[in-house]
Design a protein around this ligand. Structure first.
Ligand code: ASP
Length: 356
């Protein structure tokens, strides 16, 4: 990597956006206890300077710090800022690709958000946006961040036969579509990709590539990015033994626009909720059923017929379904404001994101 200043309008380059997370974390006693640390302490410039020597000498990189947070504190306003930056920079004719360093706790939400708002643009422009992070803080003896950052930069900057542009994620030498990210382990090094359809970076697997293309073809157009303070309010409620309808009624009384049910099994919920869910639907609250199991799809009208106004989350986990529902509600609201003969509903927009 060449760190001398250059004119970004003249030279092809990679943009690295810093969001924080463990990759930018510091542990007070890294040798004794690398898992006791604070996320979001090191700037993205410093993360890059740690890997400069091993990047190709002619590769030009610029960076920008968007946030430096523990991603468990990710806000909708930060997502808005990130999405707008990605959309803006993607259009630059000299930009080759974008890498985003991010905390792993909510990386699946950011992955789904970017896929839904910038995925089609990245695909059309043939550019890759690549999310990465780490499970060990930057000063841990066996920190995984540097290798993940190098691999992500490689994946964003190298052309791979037949592989389209789009929104991807790289961890532990593997790549997946960002919408497939799923952190399903609290501590293993490849946690965010553990159960996601993925491929080894250096050895792209043809069946993975056709899965990527099929999913990209099935997804709808990019949805608008909500303004920072105008995201619809959507909560996730988990169904469980002893569930009580009051919690649904409290959400309804507080004015939510949507509820994602992290249901049992195939997305079912405790019948103690039925009456309050019916009231929520009658009041115009959007309902999506997902599964709390951590894997598999939720299909319409299984295990029971869905009431009108309730959608199945397909392969989206509850946190991803929540982002998709927020973006669908916002898109439907914007279409209504614009007017015109065709005004798709939130269900129309949601259905194009929840693949089975
Ligand atoms: N709590 C951290 C974060 O999401 C975890 C990580 O990055 O792995 O920011």
């Amino acid at each position: 990597m060449n760190s001398s200043p250059f004119n970004v309008e003249q030279f092809p380059h990679i943009l690295v956006l810093g969001m924080g997370g463990t990759i930018a974390g510091l542990a007070p006693s890294p040798e004794a206890n690398p898992l006791l640390y604070q996320a979001g302490q090191v700037g993205v410039e410093d993360l890059l300077s740690q890997v400069t020597k091993v990047l190709p000498q002619d590769l030009k990189i610029i960076s920008k710090q968007v946030a430096n947070i523990n991603s468990s504190n990710l806000s909708e306003a930060v997502l808005t800022e990130l999405g707008k930056l990605v959309n803006h920079y993607l259009k630059s004719s000299t930009l080759i690709g974008i890498v985003i360093t991010h905390g792993t706790d909510t990386i699946e939400e950011t992955g789904l958000f970017l896929q839904t708002t910038c995925g089609r643009a990245a695909e059309k422009l043939g550019k890759r946006v690549v999310l990465t992070g780490a499970m060990l803080p930057s000063n841990a003896p066996r920190a995984d961040g540097p290798a993940n950052l190098i691999a992500a930069i490689h994946w964003a900057s190298t052309s791979v036969d037949n592989c389209p542009g789009g929104i991807f994620a790289v961890f532990a030498d593997k790549v997946c579509m960002a919408r497939d990210l799923a952190k399903r382990h609290s501590s293993t090094l490849n946690a965010p990709l553990q159960d996601s359809p993925s491929s080894a970076i250096g050895l792209i697997n043809p069946s993975w590539l056709s899965d990527v293309k099929a999913k990209q073809a099935a997804l709808g157009d990019d949805l608008p990015i909500p303004e920072a303070l105008h995201w619809p309010w959507v909560e996730i409620l988990t169904s469980h033994a002893g569930a009580r309808g009051e919690i649904v009624m409290q959400c309804l009384g507080a004015g939510v626009s949507g509820l994602v049910i992290a249901g049992t099994g195939q997305g079912g919920f405790n019948s103690a909720w039925q009456e309050s869910i019916d009231k929520a639907i009658a009041a115009g609250v959007a309902i999506v059923r997902a599964t709390r199991t951590g894997a598999g799809s939720v299909r319409p009208n299984i295990p029971e017929n869905d009431p009108v106004g309730c959608m199945a989350a397909g392969s989206l986990s509850a946190p991803k379904a929540r982002i998709a529902l927020q973006l669908a509600l916002n898109a439907a609201k914007e279409s209504k404001v614009k007017g015109g003969p065709q005004q798709p509903s939130w269900q129309d927009y949601f259905a194009k994101q929840a693949l089975f």
